[in-house]
Design a protein around this ligand. Structure first.
Ligand SMILES: NC(=O)c1ccc[n+]([C@@H]2O[C@H](COP(=O)([O-])OP(=O)(O)OC[C@H]3O[C@@H](n4cnc5c(N)ncnc54)[C@H](OP(=O)(O)O)[C@@H]3O)[C@@H](O)[C@H]2O)c1
Length: 320
């Protein structure tokens, strides 16, 4: 009898995927079949589900650009080993990880240390990798600098705060709602976006790491000193903002994009280190967890900005 497997299938952009039973997907040579343990629900996944991304799949389709699970069948990965799944069009051009089983090209499965929490393994990189790239490569935060991090209780923002504090910066962690003030990591001064001003900061900032975009970016840019840097990571609060070009030239702040897709390969080694630090507790990253049948709640938490840290679907238990 064919083994059946549950999967979230997207039938129409702009709707939620539907949980269905289907046969375990077949594997071809060069591919690895994985029993998924956890899968990330990320902003990129929401953009794909909404049909608002540059690369879109043919429907019906299983979303999920990042997942983690145990190998069921493979020519290269040991059976039973833990792997995280990402890249090679997973969740973009081919079925992704919001399912009990996923078939991926062998190279899209990355061996992951035994004992790693699958929900962390599938979700840490977009947060920690982007935070690392923003703080160290793009904003190039230096000791003694005053740094503003927006979305400071969010996934990227909370890790960016911790990395900037470690770099010896004076960090102001900005959040949009009072409930999140308590979730700004230790070492930073937590502030509400509405209270931001140069006076409240104690002077202009040297750098900005913005994970929120929209009007928050516009306001925070005005708090950076001439010659300072601003690293833009995301746009959850708005894809657009207007700028008066005369003011922009006068302000003389370099507004720089952070693109994890183009930088991901260079950050592979850093990523392994960051994962080990999260596992050991040296770096903290909160992950909210939801079962496959609660995908709607998971999506809503992320979409509304209410989530604290990453959001993941817990798909099957270790013995499943
Ligand atoms: N450039 C890259 O390569 C890259 C890599 C990873 C992530 N990203 C992007 O970076 C951004 C942050 O990612 P993340 O994983 O840290 O997300 P997150 O945990 O959801 O944090 C983003 C923060 O934005 C604010 N926010 C979210 N939704 C909002 C809404 N609808 N209206 C107003 N504010 C909202 C919230 O902060 P407050 O409640 O404090 O306002 C939230 O904590 C996302 O846009 C993501 O797509 C980009």
């Amino acid at each position: 009898m064919t083994e059946s497997s549950r999967a979230l299938i997207l039938e129409r952009f702009g709707t939620l995927p539907r949980l269905v039973e289907r046969p375990v997907p077949p594997r071809a040579p060069g591919e690895t079949l994985v029993r998924v343990r956890a899968a990330q629900v990320g902003h990129l996944d929401l953009n794909v589900v909404d049909g608002r991304f540059g690369i879109l799949p043919t429907l019906p389709f299983v979303p999920g650009t990042n997942a983690c699970g145990t190998v069921v069948a493979s020519d290269v990965h040991p059976i039973g080993s833990l792997v995280r799944l990402n890249g090679s069009g997973l969740g973009l051009r081919r079925d992704g990880g919001w399912a009990e089983h996923a078939v991926v090209p062998d190279k899209a499965a990355v061996p992951t240390p035994v004992g790693t929490d699958p929900a962390v393994a599938c979700s840490f990189f977009s947060a920690a990798g982007a935070a690392w790239a923003a703080v160290h490569d793009v904003a190039a935060v230096r000791e003694g600098e005053r740094v503003i991090v927006t979305g400071a209780a969010g996934a990227v923002g909370s890790v960016a705060v911790q990395l900037a504090v470690r770099a010896g910066a004076e960090v102001i962690g900005v959040v949009g709602r009072p409930a999140k003030l308590a979730h700004v990591p230790a070492g930073a001064k937590a502030m509400l976006a509405g209270d931001l001003s140069k006076e409240a900061l104690g002077g202009p900032a040297d750098t900005l790491v913005d994970t929120v975009g929209g009007p928050v970016l516009a306001a925070a840019l005005g708090l950076v000193r001439p010659g300072g840097r601003a690293a833009l990571v995301g746009y959850s609060a708005g894809r657009e903002f207007t700028v008066d070009l005369a003011d922009f030239l006068l302000a003389d702040v370099a507004l720089l994009p952070v693109n994890l897709m183009t930088r991901g390969r260079d950050l592979a080694e850093v990523g392994e280190r960051l994962l080990a630090e999260i596992t050991s507790g040296d770096l903290s990253l909160n992950v909210e967890r939801y079962r496959l049948d609660r995908v709607g709640e998971a999506v809503e938490r992320l979409r509304s900005g209410a989530a604290v840290g990453k959001v993941a679907l817990t798909v099957t238990p270790p013995s499943g």
